[in-house]
Design a protein around this ligand. Structure first.
Ligand code: HEC
Length: 488
């Protein structure tokens, strides 16, 4: 390998050194290795000792922390691969990748390391690719030295001068198009002293996809340049696909563990408002640099930017990781999940301890008779249940079943004179506490909608159904909380 191709600054140095040597009459530097050593010393860079192959990992995993206390030459081999994968359930997309995954493989080096980077473009690929690593100081972040046609391999070197978390991208024209096909990943340059020890580390990247069809349209979806130009993505996802990190692929942790997430925003267009619902980040390394902020709920991550967040999990349960731009999270896929196992921590969070009727001053029904004790509740009369039930009906059911109980033809079945409810108390209780869907027939009309399960206590269900049964020509049944409890 020629010196020039590998290390252009070195050439500049050689010229200066040679000039200086001639001028002063000193000897010119000797072997290539020695020259490099002198150069590094003159620049206050670490002397490189030995070499090793980089451990690269697929998302959401991260290579182990570096325990070296010296700089070395790290050889990174990354192959670009174009392949069809699932963007969502039943939706296919032609991905272009670094290493076969989106995001690409995670690279971890130590500040001061000399990186010998090999970019291989698989011979089966159709496109040329290159790599712009944000950790590189030099033209194009390496892109200028790494343009690689299918079936070729490019090699270039750089020193990881600045600690931090960095995105890498394919920067081959048209750049936005390569990025929109999945060509990005992350590189961590660990500070010399290392990062504080944690129990778990994960790797998550947000990005957008622009498809000919709408969100969820089935089959093979082609890239849509017009939508990309309008910055109007159909998909905003974590780790390359809808549900890449949910269900049995959710991130995991145990109560009491320290968790670190290396988070990047590949874009190509949208800034991310990164949050884990129900967690507060103890530390946020802003923009992936060294300044840390504390006690942050939502942090902003620009396109091409990164952040490192650290938190301790205190309460078990399922945590949603989102881009807080709500429609992206709930309608375009920007939602991941973290399952935290372990003992309840009632001091930090107790769960719902009670659900009681709330009657503002001046409302039609003033007081809940009885009180909170079991025996007192048992004394609630039918008339009182009807009265209390009316309030619940107005607040909860009326929006769909209407004030007069007649429902809306074709959408919400009637509760008035309903042959579905009369004589079938248990079925009616089940509909309210468990929800109801699928085709049903009420008074000869069929309905095929969805009634969500209503989040009401036994007492409330008893009251609202007693109200329903004692109005609009229904059969006058009394529904009790114990009846509701036995159906639930
Ligand atoms: C968001 C709209 C919605 C709300 C709120 C709602 N329902 Fe329903 N309900 C429906 C739909 C839709 C169906 C039909 C479901 C089907 O066809 O599968 C239904 C069906 C029913 C049925 C069986 C069919 C009938 O008409 O006899 C009962 C009983 C019922 N709801 C009671 C209630 C009660 C009581 C409440 C309040 C506690 C309530 N619903 C709140 C939408 C709603």
């Amino acid at each position: 390998m020629s010196v020039q191709r590998q290390f252009t600054p070195l050439l500049t140095f050689l010229v200066i050194a040679l000039g200086a040597a001639l001028f002063t009459g000193c000897e010119a530097p000797g072997s290539e290795a020695e020259t490099k050593k002198d150069y590094l010393a003159a620049k206050n860079y670490d002397v490189i000792q030995g070499e090793e192959e980089a451990v690269l990992t697929e998302p959401p995993m991260v290579p182990p922390p570096i325990d070296r206390d010296y700089a070395t030459k790290v050889i990174v081999r990354l192959e670009t691969l174009e392949k069809e994968m699932e963007l969502a359930d039943g939706v296919k997309f032609d991905y272009w990748t670094f290493g076969g995954t989106v995001p690409g493989k995670f690279i971890r080096v130590r500040e001061g390391d000399l990186v010998e980077f090999h970019l291989m473009n698989n011979p089966e690929n159709k496109m040329p690719h290159n790599i712009d690593i944000h950790a590189v100081t030099g033209p194009g972040g390496g892109a200028a030295s790494s343009f690689t046609a299918p079936g070729h391999e490019s090699i270039f070197e750089f020193t990881a001068l600045n600690p931090g978390l960095y995105m890498y991208y394919c920067a081959t024209s048209p750049v936005g198009m390569h990025v929109s096909h999945g060509m990005y990943g992350m590189m961590l340059v660990e500070p010399k002293e290392g990062l504080p020890e944690v129990d778990r580390e994960y790797y998550v990247v947000q990005s957008e996809f622009y498809t000919k069809g709408e969100f969820g349209d089935q089959g093979m979806q082609k890239f849509d340049m017009a939508k990309a130009l309008n910055e109007n993505p159909d998909y905003v996802v974590f780790n390359g696909a809808v549900d890449a990190l949910t269900g049995d692929k959710a991130l995991e942790a145990e109560v009491g563990e320290k968790v670190r997430i290396f988070f990047g925003n590949a874009g190509p267009s949208k800034t991310s408002s990164f949050r884990i619902v129900g967690e507060i980040f103890d530390n946020v390394y802003q923009e992936g640099g060294v300044a840390t902020n504390h006690n942050v709920a939502t942090t902003l991550v620009p396109v091409g930017g990164a952040t490192i967040v650290e938190f301790t999990t205190d309460v078990p349960g399922s945590y949603k990781m989102i881009d807080q731009s709500f429609f992206r999270a709930f309608n375009k896929g920007a939602m991941a999940e973290m399952q935290v196992g372990g003992e309840e921590n009632l001091l930090a969070y107790s769960g719902k301890s009670d659900d009681r009727i709330y009657l503002p001053e001046g409302s039609a029904v003033q007081e809940m008779p009885g009180g909170e004790g079991e025996e007192q509740i048992a004394t609630v009369s039918k008339e009182e249940r009807i009265q209390l039930g009316q309030t619940i009906y107005t607040q909860v059911c009326q929006a769909c079943h209407q004030a007069d109980g007649n429902g809306i033809p074709g959408a919400f079945p009637p509760l008035a004179e309903s042959d579905w409810i009369n004589g079938n108390v248990n079925q009616t209780i089940a509909a309210v506490v468990k929800g109801l869907q699928g085709q049903i027939t009420v008074n000869g009309e069929t309905y095929n909608g969805v009634m969500p399960a209503q989040n009401l206590s036994d007492e409330e269900v008893a009251n609202v159904l007693t109200y329903v049964y004692n109005n609009w020509g229904n059969d006058g049944s009394l529904v009790t909380p114990s009846q509701v409890a036995s159906v639930r």
